[in-house]
Ligand binder design. Structure first.
Ligand code: 13P
Length: 392
């Protein structure tokens, strides 16, 4: 690749874009170095990336996110009185990943690094358990959030250093997609600096992932924390998603080979009024249609602390009429809560845990198809799981 085609990081984005759009599109002949700058590329993996993304965004299926760091997995285990040991984390993940028939509703599963290299107690690699169910293995690659100096108490997401070699290694272990979660806080502003940093980091990560054969899940989570209205969330979502797609384009990311994992547009968790699933769907889809090109194959929502039932109802409301993209789920809390309660860490209840997972996965599969009914949902499924300042 010729260096003259690379964007200079110290150029301001507006001056670079100005040069690109006016210089290239109007005057540069096809094939000239200047013209080639705007060509979207994903290296030698382009076809595979498109196939992987399509397979994850397939009808009636979504993502099971179990990529909690060991510390966060420990919180899940503590909720049922288990110690945070590698054996207990393996037992929990084994229960989830060996659920018979899971592939009917689940198309991908995001793993934490420990799980990618782990096997069942019988010695079968977790990656192979997933493949046997036609579920694509994925990997969390970000290194978590740290304070962003110069901002209004906001954070930024680490993990770009060494990402190319880590991604290549994860690919060789069987991962075919990646996840990078960064957050934007409404009560803290959000500041222009924090939004720009979040979007730029996501775009750099996406380009590096594609270069190494991993479909990047682009996850700019707008936190539920705050007492703001749904209108305020809509404004922030519009801004954040615009910035994210601006930098994805600037980094020549192949849109057909990514998945977007946004939060739904809802009022803040402490807002005085709740919004109905229909209102949430209408606000969310309006902004997504304004900001997300139809070349993106899938919108895979996070649950963000909503109750299992709320997350499923909201997804169902979004699928009442055709969308330009596959609109589905990539839930962690909203798929795991019932499982933990049914399992309780007792081997004789592992099957009950798997039944609970299948029930939640099926409910969300129905919601992806717009055919979910909340009739008969348990009280547990209705309980919110929002935690202020939640970390992964
Ligand atoms: P929640 O569905 O619990 O918000 O998790 C989302 C996530 O990013 C996990 O990968």
């Amino acid at each position: 690749m010729a260096c003259s085609n690379l964007v200079k990081l110290n150029a301001t984005s507006s001056s670079w874009i100005g040069q690109q759009s006016f210089g290239q599109r109007s005057a540069a002949p096809l094939g000239s170095p200047a013209r080639r700058v705007s060509v979207v590329r994903a290296g030698s993996y382009a076809d595979e990336l498109v196939q992987t993304a399509k397979s994850i965004a397939s009808p009636g299926r979504g993502i099971l996110a179990i990529d909690e760091s060991s510390a966060t997995c420990g919180k899940r285990l503590a909720s049922i009185g288990l110690d945070n040991t590698e054996t207990n984390r393996q037992a929990y993940r084994q229960l989830l990943l060996t659920t018979p028939g899971l592939g009917e509703y689940i198309s991908g599963s995001i793993l934490f690094e420990e799980t990618l290299y782990q096997s069942t107690t019988d010695g079968k690699k977790f990656v192979d358990c997933l493949r046997d169910e036609n579920i694509v293995p994925g990997i969390k690659v970000d290194k978590g959030l740290v304070p962003l100096p110069g901002s209004n108490n906001e954070s930024w997401c680490q993990g770009l250093d060494g990402l190319a070699s880590r991604s290549a290694e994860y690919y060789s272990q069987g991962a075919r997609f990646a996840k990078w979660r960064t957050v934007v806080s409404i009560p803290c502003g959000p500041s222009a600096l924090a939004v720009k940093e979040a979007a730029w980091g996501l775009a750099r990560y996406a380009a590096i992932s594609q270069d190494n054969g991993l479909v990047p899940i682009v996850e700019p989570e707008i936190l539920l924390d705050g007492d703001h209205s749904i209108e305020r969330t809509r404004e922030v979502a519009e801004l954040v998603w615009a910035e994210v797609f601006h930098y994805l384009a600037e980094n020549n990311v192949l849109y057909e080979g990514i998945l977007l994992k946004p939060s739904m547009v809802t009022p803040g968790a402490d807002h005085k009024e709740k919004a109905s699933p229909e209102t949430i769907a209408q606000y969310t889809l309006t902004v997504l249609k304004r900001r997300v090109p139809p070349a993106v194959p899938g919108i895979m929502f996070l649950s963000g602390g909503q109750s299992e039932m709320e997350a499923t109802l909201n997804l169902n409301a979004m699928n009442q009429s055709p969308n330009p993209w596959h609109v589905s789920f990539s839930y962690a809390r909203a798929l795991q809560n019932s499982v933990l309660k049914a399992w309780q860490g007792r081997p004789e209840k592992a099957e009950a845990g798997q039944k609970a997972l299948l029930a939640r996965a099926k409910a969300n599969s129905m919601a992806q198809l717009g055919r979910y009914s909340a009739e008969g949902e348990s009280d547990d499924a209705k309980k919110g799981m929002f935690v202020k300042g939640y970390t992964y």
